[in-house]
Write a protein that binds this ligand. Structure first.
Ligand code: PSV
Ligand code: MN
Length: 431
């Protein structure tokens, strides 16, 4: 496997951190042992964690007002893969990339697969894009895609999704994520029921094109770009559609796609209970966005989501494997740094949730010991598991401190000189 960051530099970085990490790890291990928790078991569990990186996340994002490009941004899918490989090399937690077509459509699919293999990367769900018009496109998506009133526009959107499945199949993906911005900006603009009927009719054709071992993930989003009524606005609609389509259709929860204060962990519990939880797009938000770095605003919510996932995993066993992906927009930070940090934050919640004594929690719930039940969760959430995460990385060949190691490597400076900005470079930006 090609290592993009010099492995000697990573080893040197880790050697400098070793004494401190050992001491912190030992101290935490002692504290956990007094609670009856085995730190080695948690570290081994941390090493099983993986979250996919969105190809579109390695470019600098923006808003509808402006985008301030960063230095050395990737200009094509191969350069995006290089950046994703850096993230995985240093965190050891992001072995797969989620591609977005047509932004990432390669001229030679096998060349892309080989590049990924050489970097030790695989591909998670592929994403279709019928929320933008492409230069060579016959029918506009201005008034919708899979729900469009025009049969030709719907057919074009269906064909694009089927092409995504075909590309993904050649790359080794196993799922297609469909998010449509379709909806209305005015009452009366579209027949609310009719639009969903057309959506289902289109999705049935996409579903029929799925290979045997594939899933389709339906991603809901409360609003934007449709500001009055979005066709797939909530998990109820997503669940109803996934149920109508069949067992290969599942729901994808993008954490930023809900009204503020929505109890997302309860949505997760519901979808898991009914076998329809397909996966996640992790990010964080404060108001109505889906853009901020995972765990940067409401880490307790992220922990509570993983608390439900840990409960579901215990109930469902090995078959329970929702897809974990990041989906955020990095407007003011180096995207590689944000993605490394975010992967670690999601992994942190995973490990903290694994620390909860579920038998004890169930007992407290049975006794209606409300305060202690809440404390059982809080205790896990308050525990700083950073030494576990760092040890898991170091043992797997990653960096004790991924951001510090990345900065020391000078990767961004090299990228800036090798990748002069190119007008119209492929698909990162306003997401
Ligand atoms: C829509 O806001 C979304 O969350 C979907 O996942 C898109 O595929 C992605 O962002 C990029 O625009
Ligand atoms: Mn998303």
């Amino acid at each position: 496997m090609n290592k993009i960051i010099d492995t000697a530099l990573v080893a040197e970085h880790n050697a400098k951190q070793a004494a401190r990490l050992e001491a912190d790890y030992e101290a935490l291990g002692g504290m956990l042992a007094r609670r009856g928790v085995d730190i080695e078991a948690l570290t081994a569990q941390a090493q099983t964690f993986a979250v996919a990186v969105p190809s579109w996340g390695v470019g600098t994002g923006g808003t509808r007002f402006a985008r301030f490009p960063g230095r050395g941004e990737p200009r094509n899918v191969f350069e995006k893969m290089d950046d994703c490989a850096v993230i995985n090399q240093l965190t050891r937690a992001t072995p797969a990339v989620s591609l977005h077509f047509p932004w990432d459509k390669p001229t030679d699919v096998q060349e892309l697969r080989q590049a990924a293999d050489a970097l030790g990367l695989g591909f998670d769900a592929v994403n279709s894009n019928t929320f933008q018009d492409q230069a060579d496109q016959e029918h506009s998506y201005k008034f919708g895609s899979l729900t469009s009133a025009s049969a030709q526009t719907r057919a074009q959107a269906v064909a694009h999704n089927i092409e995504c499945i075909d590309l993904g199949r050649q790359l080794g993906s196993k799922a297609l994520t469909v998010w449509v911005g379709d909806g209305a900006n005015f009452p009366g603009q579209s027949n609310l029921r009719g639009a969903l009927e057309r959506y289902l009719e289109s999705m049935r054709q996409i579903y029929a094109a799925l290979p045997e071992d594939w899933n389709v993930f339906i991603e809901h989003k409360l609003f934007e770009p449709a500001f009055y009524a979005t066709t797939i606005a909530d998990w109820g609609t997503s669940f109803a559609c996934a149920t109508a389509l069949g067992p290969k259709a599942r729901c994808l929860v993008d954490l930023g796609h809900h009204a503020p204060n929505t109890n997302i962990e309860m949505i997760v519990a519901r979808l898991a209970q009914f076998g329809k939880l397909g996966g996640f797009h992790f990010n964080d938000s404060k108001y109505g966005d889906d853009d901020l770095d995972s765990g940067s605003i409401n880490p307790f919510q992220l922990f509570l989501v993983f608390n439900e996932l840990a409960d579901a995993a215990l109930r469902e066993g090995g078959a329970f494997k929702p897809a974990y992906m990041l989906d955020q927009s990095h407007n003011v930070t180096d995207p590689i740094e944000s993605l490394m940090n975010s992967a670690v934050e999601v992994q942190r919640s995973f490990v903290q949730a694994a620390m909860v004594d579920r038998a004890q929690l169930a007992e407290l719930q049975a006794q209606n010991d409300v305060l202690q039940a809440a404390q059982a969760l809080k205790q896990a959430f308050r525990t700083d598991v950073s030494p576990i995460l760092a040890m898991a990385r170091v043992r797997a060949g990653g960096a004790a401190d991924p951001v510090a190691c990345y900065r020391a490597s000078g990767y961004r400076d090299r990228a800036a000189s090798l990748r002069p900005a190119k007008a119209g470079a492929s698909g990162s930006g306003i997401v």
